[in-house]
Design a protein around this ligand. Sequence first.
Ligand SMILES: Nc1ncnc2c1ncn2[C@@H]1O[C@H](COP(=O)(O)OP(=O)(O)OP(=O)(O)O)[C@@H](O)[C@H]1O
Ligand SMILES: [Mg+2]
Length: 377
Amino acid sequence: MIRPGSTIGVLGGGQLGRMFAMAARRLGYRVHTLAPEHDTPTGQIADVEIEASYDDLDRIRAFARGVDVVTFEFENVPAAAAAAAEEHAIVRPNGRALEIAQHRVREKTFLTRLGLPVTPFVQAQSAGDLAAAVQRLGRPAVLKTAALGYDGKGQIRITDESDLAEAWHALAGREAILEAWIDLDRELSVIGARSVDGSFVCFDPIDNVHRRHILDVSSAPAQVASQIAAQAIDATRTVMDALDYVGVLCIEFFLTRDGRLLLNELAPRPHNSGHLTFDACRTSQFEQQVRAICGLPLGSPELLQPAAMANLLGDLWAAGEPNWGAALTLPDVKLHLYGKATPRPGRKMGHVTALATTAEIARSRVLEARAALGQQN
Ligand SMILES: Nc1ncnc2c1ncn2[C@@H]1O[C@H](COP(=O)(O)OP(=O)(O)OP(=O)(O)O)[C@@H](O)[C@H]1O
Ligand SMILES: [Mg+2]
């Protein structure tokens, strides 16, 4: 067991690391963070902030020597950096989980081998491959970079009008994957935690609504049949066991209009859809991550009340500083801000969470709070 009082190292400096660091500090741990920027959301909460490139393996090694366990809040840490950290500290989750989740083709191939259903896909490494892939999957489809995509970046919809040469050109020769476009009923996520001894605890599925490929609103409990929920949880356990995973992992699912559950992607870390667990669950996803990587018993994932979360993107700043007072006067709404100095369109700046008697009411509360933030001061 890595006892309270020990030091946890976090590679990455964003809001996931920030909320992780808050949970870790509450349990009496020290937190060091390394990221290529200064005054990061995580760094503002950590005991020590190191500004270094993930490619600077000597700095990564020195960072690992100074901590008891290393984890990630940013999944695109290069494999070489994870390996360098592993020379000097325990690294959880392991490098293999990271390597699989970093690459859409590897990820889908791995899931398919486990017998889990994924979106139909074809790898594309050239313009010629793309034409053949469109032949196979039909239109509409979506072309994505195989690596380094997030919040819908590096994705191009292929419709009847699309020019394939142009689409290929837009990805600038990066390795890609073509996915069939799924007629979605809804999107779900499941966040699981697995400890060193293989014990597994899971939050119930969360409903997610995306806008322009970015998560917009999440709510729990998800409004799905219990047999779909059970299937999603089983799949999460299967994936985590297969990876001998230690930590928190999120799986994003598509539920098709004809009732099939498909795995969309893996996030080897706490997830935006789980932000509501901070206010609404007995143990948050961030505390669960601390417990899992430190070998502490996992906590209860019980949802204390139906809840919803709405993201606050930089767009909200378009007409000036949001009206904090208007949202803070709503009694069942909690405001979370990430300490980012510069709001940019599409940048995740914070979120609001509401608890209510039903998930539907909680959803309307967070939308109301977000609308209030947009009103003139
Ligand atoms: N094949 C598809 N069919 C239908 N919708 C899709 C498909 N692929 C992506 N989308 C939509 O775009 C969203 C983002 O896609 P995806 O999860 O692959 O991207 P990402 O850039 O990795 O996003 P994030 O890291 O924010 O989860 C999905 O949640 C879904 O709403
Ligand atoms: Mg996604």
